[in-house]
Write a new protein. Sequence first.
Length: 235
Amino acid sequence: MNLIDVDHLNKNYGKKNVLNDLSLKLQAGRIVGLLGPNGCGKSTLLKILAGLIADYSGDVKLDGHGPDIHTRAIVSYLPERTYLSGWMRPVDAFSYFSDFYPDFDRQKAFDMLGYFNLDSKQTIKTMSKGMQEKLQLVLVMSRKAKIYLLDEPMGGVDPAARSGILEAVLSHYNEDGLMLLATHLIYDVEPIFDEVIMLGFGQTILQGETDQLRAQYGKSIDEIFREVFKCSVNS
C-alpha cells in the first residue's frame, strides 16, 4: 500500500491556482526529493499532507487515512520557518515533544544535539538561523515516524555544514518510513534521493527514480532540473 496517495488535488489562494489536479503515489522505505521553483506549490503540498491546510479539493490519503488524528501521529513535519518560542531552550523543546509524541526519542535528540554542537541550555532567540534549523531537524528526526515531511531543511545553513546535516538525516531516518524533502539546494541533497518529483505550475513536470533519470538524461538531477525548468519558463 502507498504511504502517500494523492489524487486530483487542487488548491487555490484566491484566484491563484497553486496545485492543479496533482496526483502522487509514494511508498515506504523511500527518500523522495520534492523539487521546483519558488511558488510552485511545494510548501502548500507539505502543509496539506501535514494536516495544516484543509480547504482543498481532491483526495489525500496517508497510510490509508485522510488527514486526521492518525495521520498527525505518524507524520513528523519540519516547516520552512521556526514555530518554537524564543524563550525555549532545546531541553524545553524536548520536553514539549515528549508530551505530544510518544515516538519521540529523547536520547536520540540529545545525541543529535551533540553531533551539531548545540547547547541544550541556549535559548532559541539567541541562536542563529542555521542553529535554529538544526534544532528543528533534531526534533523532527528524533521521532520514529512513518512519514517525514521536510520543507527546506537547510535553507539557512552554510554549505560546509550541509554534508553533516545529510549524514545526520540518513543515520537517524526510520528506514521503514517515507521522507518527502522539499529543497532548492538540489546539488547538495540529490545523493540521498531514491526518487524525485519536479513540480511546476501546480503539476508534476517530471517524476522518476534518480538513477534511471540520470541514466536517461546523462546528467545530474540538478542539471536535469535546470534544463526542465528553463524549457518550462521559455515555452
